[in-house]
Design a protein around this ligand. Sequence first.
Ligand code: ZN
Length: 414
Amino acid sequence: MTIPVQEADYGFKTANDMLEWLAVFGGNEGGGVTRLLYSDTWLEAQHALKGLMQAKGLDVRFDEVGNLFGRRVGVEEPESVILTGSHIDTVINGGKFDGAYGIAASLLAVERLYEQYGPPKRTIDVVSLAEEEGSRFPLTFWGSGWITGLYDLDQAEHIYDQDGISLKDAMEKASFGATSMPSQLKKPKAFVEVHIEQGPILERKKKSIGIVSHIVGQRRYTVQFKGESNHAGTTPMTMRKDAMRLMAEWISFISDEAEAMDSSLVATVGKVSVRPNTSNVIAGETECSLDVRHYNTAVLNQFEEKIKAFEERARHLGMTIIMQRWMNVEPVALDQTMAKSAAEGAGQLGLSYETLVSGAGHDSQVFGNCCPTMLLFVPSRNGISHSPEEWTEPEDLEKGVVLLMKELYKLAYE
Ligand SMILES: [Zn+2]
């Protein structure tokens, strides 16, 4: 397969310029970007980045799943690898900053360090991870999960996209899979990621940098409410088993409990369905989703216990609630020493910063279970992401690059 690579002089001096260039691959009308794992636009973008890495003098390789590495070999401890980067895939009609910024920032930081100080003591790998978003296949972190051993290739046979194409087939069509070159990467000494915040805190507090202490754990549930369908006109209010009313009461209950329990706890009902879903019939059965996030497992457990108490209320009304948990991702604490170093670095550079918990998932949570990991944020305008509206001011992008450079210097040059 020949990969058309857009001509570029590769002389990008800013992250913003690099992101504008990269956004052409998978760019939609209206300014959005769609790069789903192993799609043509994804493949073009990965190969364009490969060309850029080569032009910057990095040793370039793909691993089995299509993670792309650009390596600057260390002169004293080449076996110690500092890994830095983020992901290339997007959601459908996403923005040009999510994921891509971390790759652009890493390339610029590594280039500037080399120009200023020459080759590092330890090896630096800039990585463009294959997949993080879970937009095409029903799994997330395929790229970082492959590197850290969370996933293996056998799993790719049994995961399908909505067109019935398996992850394995899609991977092989893109010329990756077991037949391609092995990754050569041992456990990294550290992982460093910069990313847009995807939330409003930095902008509201007028801070330039977010230093992430934890990435939240996430639990998702499907909740069913079972009552009795009946005539909307002839059934008195006191004689109803109205599943809609029960669900409404339950949503109100869990929202109040979450708000009261802990200021960092969030609980969201974003999806509901009703049967029979007719205006003149009392709903006999309803169903909703529940998404709960916090950085402490104990709080997640406590909340789960607390909301189970509502089952008694349903029984009292002659109805039932069935709550099924189908996702449980544990919270991850990132490396405290690295976070402290980033705070000092920001202070020395005169950059205002805030220590944050990330409410969204990131590749850093996968690496955080495997090696010391640092995750830094830059502000998102209006807190918006996963949208063509996604935006970070060029000067904020630059501040992230400057801090990343300082931290990579400590890790790879000192
Ligand atoms: Zn991302």
